[in-house]
Design a protein around this ligand. Structure first.
Ligand code: LCS
Length: 406
């Protein structure tokens, strides 16, 4: 078959044609010599050429794996997916536009109207909103249970339960769930287990090795790491990921852009180095807070005072960079701290190089009602700190001066 890309144009192309196709109709797929780029190139292309109508038809029949269209797959996305699947030790991965796009894709890939989900009761506020507002509108019911005790999951599972959804450590209470114990229970009832591994990243925890079926990341956080990208990832079995791509992603359209996929590939290069420093800094900040007279309680899985410190040691390879704390004087005193930090930034999100501080009850978890906050252990005065990569003495000095104003 003639290679249509090499055929000369039928006559001298005009200015506009050259603008679109390049001088002399240079083949856009070849640049004349081997490339061997060290950094994965950004394939900023929405669509990919077919060699013939028959080739295109074969691709659409699923008989040829060529790229078609960036909503369904793109080489930069694929590089990211291959790497994440490897790091989480799963068969395949799917990159998406946000952590919430990953959550909705995962849920809809498991459940249809009439199905049921059991989830931990502290979740990122957006996930809680999805579970309590949006999914019920689609006829998917969700029961949220205290996640520290695996028996609560056993009690809540029904014959309609298709998915058990865990966030461990949970945002913002840092409650842990015993993944292996819950997976054992869920599998006995034929339900899949999804773990939101955003707080730990694959560097500190591999839920699939503990029995989970799907891992979710808000890659916006530690995987990107620099506060410049919104993205999500799912990792799981090949057939499950393929269905998520070819049914849910195809129809709902929450794809990641090649540029954001590239930013995550860049973030991954330094993930272990960043996580080590996040953890080192977090441990020092947690100890500083624990001994500060104005601090009533510090929640950090690395402290022996954390009620699940032993589970954290068993299930994770480190304790992460997130701390929640309550100051003497409750909500107002917490507000004084957050309004007076100078180095730390008052902002939602987490896992960035910058230290971020925020108030869960009025910000990330404002989707929980007053009673719900109390029930799940989100104190109205709780302050959440995502410890960054600054010199730890500077982070501590900033917190010290803000605490002195209480
Ligand atoms: N899962 C967890 C554990 C999260 O913390 C978040 C976002 C998501 C999923 C959703 O991911 P996104 O769509 O934002 O990429 N958490 C946020 C937070 O704590 N502050 O701002 C966003």
């Amino acid at each position: 078959m003639a290679d249509r890309r090499r055929e000369p144009p039928p006559h001298e192309p005009g200015f506009a044609t050259i603008c679109v196709h390049g001088k002399k109709h240079l083949d856009k797929h070849e640049v004349g010599r081997p490339i061997r780029a060290v950094s994965t190139p950004i394939f900023q292309s929405s669509t990919f050429a077919f060699e013939s109508v028959e080739h295109g038809a074969a691709v659409f029949r699923g008989e040829d794996p060529s790229y078609v269209y960036t909503r369904l797959g793109n080489p930069t996305q694929a590089a990211l997916e291959t790497e994440l699947a490897f790091l989480e030790q799963g068969e395949a991965a799917l990159a998406l536009a946000s952590g919430m796009a990953a959550a909705t894709t995962a849920v809809l890939n498991c459940c249809r109207t009439g199905d049921h989900i059991v989830a931990g009761d502290t979740l990122y506020g957006g996930t809680h909103q999805l579970f309590t507002q949006t999914l019920p509108r689609l006829g998917i019911a969700v029961t949220e249970v205290p996640a520290q005790d695996p028996r609560n999951f056993a009690d809540a599972i029904t014959e309609r339960t298709k998915l058990v959804y865990l966030e461990t450590p949970a945002n913002p209470t840092l409650v842990l769930t015993d993944i292996a114990a819950v997976a054992e229970i869920a599998h006995r009832h034929g339900a899949l287990v999804l773990v939101d591994n955003t707080f730990c990243t694959p560097y500190l925890q591999n839920p699939l090795l503990l029995g989970a079926d799907v891992v979710l990341h808000s890659a916006t956080k530690y995987i990107g790491g620099h506060g410049d990208t919104v993205a999500g990832i799912l990792v799981g079995r090949q057939d499950w990921i393929l269905q998520a791509r070819m049914e849910i992603l195809r129809d709902l359209g929450g794809c990641i852009s090649p540029f954001n996929a590239w930013l995550l590939l860049r973030g991954l290069k330094t993930l272990p180095v960043r996580m080590d420093r996040h953890m080192e800094n977090a441990m020092e900040v947690a100890q500083f807070l624990a001994y500060h007279p104005k601090v009533a309680e510090v929640i950090y899985p690395g402290l022996k005072t954390h009620p699940q410190h032993d589970l954290a040691k068993r299930q994770q390879r480190g304790f992460g960079g997130m701390i929640s704390f309550m100051v003497e004087g409750g909500r107002e005193a917490g507000r004084t701290v957050m309004d007076n930090v100078r180095l730390c930034t008052l902002a939602v999100s987490l896992g960035d190089v910058d230290t971020l501080i925020e108030h869960p009850a009025s910000m990330t978890h404002s989707t929980y009602g007053e009673d719900e906050l109390k029930k799940v252990g989100i104190d109205p005065g709780m302050v959440r700190l995502s410890v960054g990569l600054e010199n730890v003495e500077d982070i501590i000095a900033d917190l010290r001066q803000a605490l002195a104003l209480i």
